[in-house]
Design a protein around this ligand. Structure first.
Ligand code: SF4
Length: 245
């Protein structure tokens, strides 16, 4: 990646975009090569908002999702609705390990025995593949989602995947996200209307009671709260120098 561009991304003036995701996306489009930028989504509400904003700014940036093979039918329906609405195709990344192969290799119901390994096989390794040709990864994570995400920043360097990670909605609240969805009449996962505020794989997602934490239905009964796609990272000049070289 061009070192000058990286220095621009690190520039303190980027902070002006902390509450202005559309302007940040415009800046990215106007200042970086769009073929080196990619957005990823798990089809959660912030991802839907970000996708709409991105396509209002540019159609030159690709968008991918990770298909674990265990997604809900409603998630695929949402994917198809979005593809129809915007007239595009998501890039799809998956492990080559089928559920049957996984059962042979690791035993039945790996998600119960060791969900970290399961997420690593079905999500994190495919994510590495998804990002390998890009310098910038745009995500829809928000600080208020989990403790790990609370530590996340608008712009980070993700050393595991050697990419600059941009989180345009990092400061957005749950209500801001849903107001945007309603105001723009965007499609969303119909499971959200059935007490599933946060949705991942079928095996690891449960409905929650009214008033419970939005993420409490994920990996219910375990201490796990993140799939491993997002970790707390900070950007540093040494790391960007390594990347630039
Ligand atoms: S969310 Fe559950 S089923 Fe999906 S990859 Fe992670 S552990 Fe496996």
């Amino acid at each position: 990646m061009n070192t000058q561009v990286l220095q621009q991304v690190q520039n303190k003036t980027m902070k002006q975009y902390r509450k202005n995701p559309v302007e940040l996306l415009k800046w990215l489009k106007n200042n970086l090569p769009t073929e080196k930028i990619v957005m990823g989504t798990g089809f959660g509400p912030p991802g839907i908002v970000l996708l709409d904003m991105l396509f209002k700014v540019t159609r030159d940036i690709s968008v991918f999702y990770i298909d674990t093979g265990f997604l809900f039918d409603q998630t695929y329906e949402l994917r198809d609705k979005l593809q129809d609405r915007y007239g595009f195709k998501f890039l799809q990344f998956s492990t080559d390990i089928t559920p049957e192969m996984q059962a042979d290799q690791y035993g039945e119901k790996l998600w119960e025995k060791d969900p970290d390994i399961c997420c690593n096989v079905r999500k994190v390794i495919p994510l590495k593949d998804a990002l390998k040709d890009y310098d910038v990864w745009i995500t829809g994570i928000r600080k208020k989602q989990t403790q790990v995400r609370k530590e996340a920043d608008l712009i980070e360097f993700e050393s595991r995947f050697e990419v600059i990670k941009i989180n345009p909605l990092i400061e957005w609240t749950h209500d801001e996200v849903w107001s945007y969805i309603k105001a723009n009449n965007l499609p969303y996962n119909t499971l959200h209307d059935r007490n599933y505020p946060s949705i991942g794989c079928k095996q690891c997602t449960s409905p929650v009671c009214a008033g419970a934490d939005d993420r409490s239905g994920r990996w219910k009964g375990t201490n796990k709260i993140e799939c491993g796609l997002h970790k707390s990272t900070t950007i540093s000049s040494n790391e960007t120098k390594t990347k630039a070289n």
